[in-house]
Design a protein around this ligand. Sequence first.
Ligand code: SF4
Ligand code: SF4
Length: 261
Amino acid sequence: MSEPTPVRMKPAGVEPIKVMEECAECMLCQGVCPAFGKVEGYAGPMIFVRMAREGFDERDPIDRLLEAAQAKVLDCVSCFRCEETCPHEIPIRSMAIAALRGTGPTRIYPGAVAPPPPPETWHAPERAQPPRTFWERLTGSAGSPAQWELGMWAWQLHRVTGWLLAIYLFVHLWAVGTARAGEEEFNRLMAYFTHPVFLVGDLLLLGIFVFHALNGVRLILVDSPWRMNTKVLFWVSVAAAVVAMVASAPVFLAAAKGVGG
Ligand code: SF4
Ligand code: SF4
C-alpha cells in the first residue's frame, strides 16, 4: 500500500488554524452563551471553535459543515457574548461560527467523511449548568443586564424592538379594520390616535423601525464575506435611529400643535 501524499498547506491557510488553537478550553464562552443549555443539542461556542479549527485544515477528512449543522450552529443568536468574553480574543462568532455556517471570509474545507453522530448532550454531567432565574429565562441570557456586553445589548434591543413592531402591526391592522364599521367610527378612532401621546409614540416607532431594520442588516453583514466591525455597525444603527427621530420631530410637533390648537 502506497503512503498518502502529504498535503503542503499555504501559509494563509495556517493562520485561521493558529487563531483557533489559541483556545485554552476555559469554557467561559460556554458559560455566557444564551443558546447553550437552552437549545437542545446546541454544542456551544467552545465546541464550534474546535470544529472550525479542524475544518480550516484542508487535510481534515470530516464534513465539518454537516457536523456543525447537527450541533445546531444555526441556532446561534449572534449576540457576540462569547467573543466579547473570550480571554484570548478568539473571533468565535465572526470567524469560527460564520465559517461553520458556510459564510464569512474564512473557508471550511469540504470533507468527504460523514461526522460521527453527535452526543446526546454536549453538557458534561459534572459541569451541569445551574438553574436559570426567571429573568434569564425571559431574556434568554446568562447573567443580569449589569453583566451584559454590547453584543448582548444589541441582541436584546433587536428582540424587544421586533416584538414592539409586531404588536404595532396588529394594532394597525385592527385600526384599519374599524373602517368596516363605517366612516364615523373610523374617523372617531383616527381622532383619538392624533392625541399628542400617540404622536410621540409614532416618533418612537420611527426610531424603533430604523434601528431594527439597520440592526437586521448588521446581522446579515456579520455573515458576509467581508469582516465587518459589528460594534461600529451597532452604533451606526443607534445613531441612524436617533437622527431619524430628531429630523422628524418638527413634523410630529407641528401635528401635535395642530391638534392642540
Ligand atoms: S454569538 Fe451568542 S449565541 Fe452565538 S455562540 Fe456566541 S454567545 Fe452563543
Ligand atoms: S472563552 Fe475562548 S479560550 Fe475559553 S473556551 Fe471559549 S474560545 Fe476557548
